[in-house]
Write a protein that binds this ligand. Structure first.
Ligand SMILES: Cc1ncc(C[n+]2csc(CCOP(=O)(O)OP(=O)(O)O)c2C)c(N)n1
Ligand SMILES: [Mg+2]
Length: 323
């Protein structure tokens, strides 16, 4: 049975593509097949997927250092992302950006970003541009619980509030900023409560429940399109891997194995698969088929990346922006 057009099935597929893509990266990184730092999104897939499912292709996102999930959910091709991670010329940034700089204007992906919260002012700028051009495009701005304590957070939300900019500020509260637990860096555990300080709308949702995220994002997107201003949407979630891939040795110094196991039981993909099976619209055969398709897509992405050339040394200064 084909469910390709169905939103729920699409969301399931997107989450699985993110998960399998990054699982492959774990393997590649372990044998040093790719250069650079990798911050994996495994465990948090429902957040990017639910938010981006509420967007149109011509809407924008700004991303973070943990950006693979955002990019895939906004329509990024696994082949061009893989090529970027391999440093090949066919990658989204011609192989010069790597994991933390993947951007593609055609897809509305305004960039992953190695600087915490640096996407927040960019989101405000893109939203102001949409408003001035008289389009009804909106911007989803992803950032972490750590990012919520940066000055750029305050300045961006304040300005977006007074100018009623069409931004959905999506706080991915995975409870840690590197090794710092959120309760050591903030006196409140719910970031969305800060909406009061700016006079904007906001709420919190289970960031591991893709339909809850989708519905909350849809409300926020509708308000933004109507010119009713920004929303602060907090998604409670958890990262399964270390802060960056390779951190494993330090993991148990700031969080316990039991805590990680507890969250693994709340796997967003597994929970959604169970729910869809219970609803009875999809059978195990549908899920088996999707597994095969995604596996094949990833193998093809690796083949594409491996077959692509490195950039030429004389092109080193092409496509750079510097003052
Ligand atoms: C301005 C700035 N300060 C510090 C860092 C180092 N740094 C990289 S990621 C990170 C933690 C970010 O935590 P959070 O925003 O919660 O995102 P998460 O890694 O949990 O997804 C820090 C402090 C940085 N990249 N940029
Ligand atoms: Mg965090």
């Amino acid at each position: 049975m084909s469910h390709n057009g169905d939103l729920k099935f699409q969301m399931y597929r997107t989450m699985l593509r993110i998960r399998r893509f990054e699982e492959k990266l774990i393997e590649l990184k372990a044998r040093a097949a790719i250069p650079g730092l990798l911050h994996l999104y495994i465990g948090e897939e429902a957040t990017a997927t639910g938010v981006c499912a509420a967007l149109r292709p011509d809407d924008f996102i700004t991303s973070t250092h943990r950006g693979h999930g955002h990019c895939i959910a906004k329509g990024g091709k696994l082949s061009r992302m893989m090529a970027e991670l391999f440093g090949r010329v066919t990658g989204y940034c011609n192989g010069k950006g790597g994991s933390m700089h993947i951007a593609n204007l055609k897809l509305g992906i305004l960039g992953a970003n190695g600087i915490v919260s640096a996407g927040m002012p960019i989101a405000g700028g893109a939203a102001l541009s949409a408003k001035m051009r008289g389009t009804d495009q909106v911007v989803a701005c992803f950032f972490g619980d750590g990012g919520a304590n940066q000055g750029a957070f305050h300045e961006s939300l304040n300005m977006a509030a007074i100018w009623k900019l069409p931004v959905i500020y999506v706080c991915e509260n995975n409870q840690y900023a590197i090794s710092v637990a959120q309760n050591r860096s903030s006196s409140i555990s719910d970031v969305y409560l800060r909406k009061e300080a700016y006079g904007i709308q906001g709420c919190k949702v289970d960031g591991n429940d893709v339909t809850a995220v989708y519905e909350a994002a849809q409300d926020a997107v509708q308000r933004a399109r109507k010119g009713e201003g920004p929303t602060l949407l907090e998604c409670k979630t958890y990262r399964w891997r270390g802060h960056y891939e390779g951190e494993a040795d330090r993991t148990f110094t700031y969080r316990t194995g039991e805590e990680i196991e507890k969250w693994k039981k709340k796997c967003p993909i597994e929970a959604f698969r169970k729910r869809l099976l219970e609803e009875g619209t999809y059978s195990q055969t549908d899920f088996d088929q999707i597994d095969v398709e995604v596996k094949k897509e990833i193998e093809e992405a690796i083949r594409f990346a491996n077959d692509s050339p490195f950039p030429e040394p004389e092109d080193a200064l092409q496509g750079l922006y510097a003052a």
